[in-house]
Design a protein around this ligand. Sequence first.
Ligand SMILES: [Cu+2]
Length: 775
Amino acid sequence: MGGQTIFGQNIYEKSQEGNNKNLPVHEYTLTIKEEMVNKAGKEVKGMTVNGTIPGPTLEFTEGEYAVIYVKNEMSVETSVHWHGILLPNFYDGVPYLSTPPIKPGTTFKYEFPIKQSGTYWYHSHTMLQEQSGVFGSLLINPKEKTLDYDKDLVLMLSDWTNEKPMNVLRNLKRGNEWYSMKKGTSTPLNQVISRGALGAQLDFWRQRMEGADIADVYYPAFLINGEEKVEYPQFKAGEKVRLRIIDGSASTSFWMTFGGATPTLISADGLDVIPVKRNKTFIAVAETYDFIVEIPENGKIEFRITAQDGSGMASAFLGSGKVLEAQDVPRPDKIAMMQKMAKMKMKMGAPALKYNPGKDESHEMKEEYGMQMDGTEMKKDTMTMNRSKMNHSKMEMKKDTMMMDHSKMDLGNTSKMDMNSDMKMGGMQGMELPAGEAGMFSEYNYDYLKSPEKTTYDKDVPVNEILLNLTGNMNRYIWSMNGVPLSETDKIKIKGGQVTRITLNNLTMMHHPMHLHGHFFRVINKNGEYSPLKHTVNVPPMQEVTIEFYGNEYGDWFFHCHILYHLMGGMARVISYDTPRDVRMKGYPVSNLIAETNKYYTWGMIDAASHMTELNLVTSNIRNQFNVTAEYGWNKNLEVEFSYERYLFDYLRVFGGVNVENEMEDSLEELNTTAIAGIRYLTPYLFNLDVRIDSKLRPQISLSREILIFPRTAIFGSYEYQADFGWVNDLPAGDNFVNEVAWNAGVEYFLSRNFSLMASYDNRFGAGGGLSIRF
Ligand SMILES: [Cu+2]
């Protein structure tokens, strides 16, 4: 086979290794099925693994050889990815990238040596199947037990929707505000004003943002091992239980809190850390944390998870007797967050889609967006660090300096930092800030994670630096890196035998738990040489995190945001060792995987009102959109329009199409058909601007906007002005110019995801009211 070698080994042979060391074989069979399940008070179709959600725990011991047969009994193809496991590329389970998809009715055999121990998990990597239930836990025992505990308990966390996951994504794409209304996390104008935050809101609107955001999807239930409340009375007083906690949610990160005595955190993402007593701890999507708790004499411990946006919780109880309640986590205050962010003068709205995706502008983007600093605030020369190190982490410095009073800033502290280590300025996050002035996202840093061993690489190993700005557009629900979604970029090529250092600079309002397949990376934190190793790292809004890993693999590995809806929106990259493709992948082109992130979504709306009726249809992928609009007033006024538009970047699109209108007011006798072309632009303050000219050379401009004023009530309006200079038409005698104005204004009350009551006045159709139906 192919002659390329890596570290002296033929790549194909390496991937074909099989059980050549005659390791003890440990075999499992997983059967994936579609069946009806009831998780939140409603029977809906889910996807189960061996009949349950979550699937079974697969338990191995380090040094075994795993053989796992996955049977697909569904009508659609599937896959299983072994999250956090170091294995041959071919068995990593990303369909079309490293592994063939498992077609309906077929079985795929995964096999790999178990080279590690700890808490991991598995899940489908096919579109949104994980949200439907295709996930479960992996528990790998070490060869020799080093930690002191009596029992293991896996706690698999998840989020559950009664909707079809693709329909959830379609609703996110169309910008339906129903989910945040349902959760009570929307920030309507009346609340913004009463809190004195109108200035901050205007600042956000000016940058085309609605507001601070935490989670997008409404979930009727959050689950621990498939239940909203689950009891483990089998544990006896005095027993030490190792909780193996895995966040297998599709899009929900949680705050974990524990009743009773403070538990001990012993591992993160499967690997041991220096044990630390810790209660309230954040777990991002796809992370795992192990805690040891001791069952008390006098009651049962509550382990509670609270969704990050405060929209729900779930609890597990360990032991028996009276409940030792876990601490409440207050709902985050989005309006206060918006005010703080506005005060920090952050420049938001970095593009999620660029005019020229092939041009690398990552550094310019990083300079332009994020926290702004006037340059005089930090006296660089007072710091005892060398210039090049300073440079590398300039933005991080900016962020931290923004949050502190400089007169109180203890620069002496900095000089004590070990600048010989490669930790660079990550340590700045650990600097002591005057009380109450800590950064608003400091509770999300990983400083409490310290590796028991040095994790640094040999100083002589070349380092390849990569900057990835995390970018997104909430209005269209497109997610990308450096303004480029997966479908518009090439693989990121890296070399074996090198350190790849990736700076993740989040320019969005959301957290992104970034996961790299097949590797552990260092997450640079204040522990310097002892920075922890992880497979998933959460990057908070407008914050920067640096990770690095040594390249000792071959093949192509996926690197993506583990919020499934962000992954499907394009926030992913392929990290490639640029080695020849496995011959077994023939017939499974990677373009199929990429196409999943650039699908067309279709939605529509009908207004049925006493004065008029209106139909809107939209079909859209990342760059292209087709629109049909038909308005009919019962007073015999009609306008129908078809247009195709192409997004040049986030806010600007060009369009062309056909428009049909009645010529005479209140009469359908003469219909006027014109070709139209123009631009559509989302302006600062979120107005939709449409500037066009038709085939009769009549220019037209229109502007529209909708604003949520009360929790379920929005107002909307539009204004359209068309001029006719008589360049093509014959104007009435004596006129050298006529114009036509159309405008409307109205109010909408949201009844449910698909229905609203509406009332409006339109200068063509008059006043009336009715029902809006979204489909
Ligand atoms: Cu994300």
